[in-house]
Design a protein around this ligand. Sequence first.
Ligand SMILES: Cc1ncc(COP(=O)(O)O)c(C=O)c1O
Length: 334
Amino acid sequence: MINDPIHGGALDQIRHRFPQAPSPWLDLSTGINPWPYPHTEWPAAALTHLPTATMTEACRSAMADAWQCDPSCVLPVPGSELAIRLLPQLLNIGTIAVPHPIYGDHLSVWRDAGRKVIPMTDPSQIPSDAQALVLCNPNNPDGRLWSFNTLKAFHGEMLRRGGWLILDEAYGELLNGDGITPDAGADGLIILRSFGKFYGLAGLRLGALLGPQSILKPAKQALGVWPISGPALTIGTRAYQDKDWQDATRMRLATARQALDAALAALGLATITGTDLFRYVHIESAHQVWEKLCAQGVYVRRFADQPDHLRIGLPETERDQDRLVGALKLSLSA
Ligand SMILES: Cc1ncc(COP(=O)(O)O)c(C=O)c1O
C-alpha cells in the first residue's frame, strides 16, 4: 500500500523516509521550471505597505494581455490550487466528470465536498448526467493535449446543458497562445492558470481564475481584500509582461526536454509523453523503481493508481541529468 505525500515537492517528508540516502537530494518530483524567472526584486513598499488596488490592477492587466482576454474576466489568486479548492463552493452542481489520469485535487475537492464524481477514461464521451467536465490542458501527468476546436465543442456541449467546462491550464504557457483563454468570460467556462510552473516561482503563490462575473464576484468575496502579497503582484506583473523571457524559456525547455528524452531512450525507456516541464515515462514496476531511486537520493513522482509510470521533472544541469540516468540504470537493473 502506497502512502506517499499527495503532491510532489514534499522533499522534507521523503528525506525523512529515506534517512540513509545520499545528500544533497535531486528533487525532480514536480513540473516546476528549474530556471526560474530571474527578475525577482521588489521595492520595500511591496512589503511594508498593504497591496494596493493599483498593484492588483497592474498584475491583472499583465495577465490578461499575456492570455489575450479581457482583464475584467481575470481574478488573480494566491496559486491555482486555492482556486480549485474554491470551485465546489462557487458551483452549485451535483455531478462532475473527471478524466483519469489527472491532477489529483480535481477529484478530491469534489469528493470531499460530497459531490458525485464520475471518473472517465475517454473525455469525448461526457456522461449524460455530468453538470461539469474538468480537463487539464496540457494534462498532468500524461501531457495529453486538447485542440482548440475540441475544447470549443466540449464547452458548447456543457453550455447546452446549463453546465460548466472547467479547464486547468496550469501548464498553459507551454501552449504558446493556442489555449482557450481569449474565450474567458463566456458563460459555462472556467479557466485556471498557475504562475509557479512555467515561471519557476512556485513558492511565490500566484495564479488566476478566469470566468464570468457570476463566478468571479463570489470568488473575490471569498478571497478577501489582500489575498496576494505585494512581492507576488510586483514580480508577477513584470514576468507576465516579459515576452522575450517567455519566448526564450519555451525554447530552452523544449531543448532540455529533448535531451532528457534522448537520455531516457538510451536506457530503453522509449515510451515517453508529458510536457516540456515534466516527462511521463512508462516503466515496469515503477513503484519499486521509485523506492530504489529514493535510496540513491533521487526523488521523482510515482502515483498510487499508476504502477507502470513515473513522472520526472527537468534536471537543472547536465550533472543532475547524469545523476538521474545513473540512478535509473541501477534501479532498472537491480
Ligand atoms: C495541473 C495542476 N493544476 C494546479 C496546480 C496547483 O498549482 P499552484 O497552486 O502552484 O498554481 C498544479 C500543481 O502541481 C497542477 O499540476
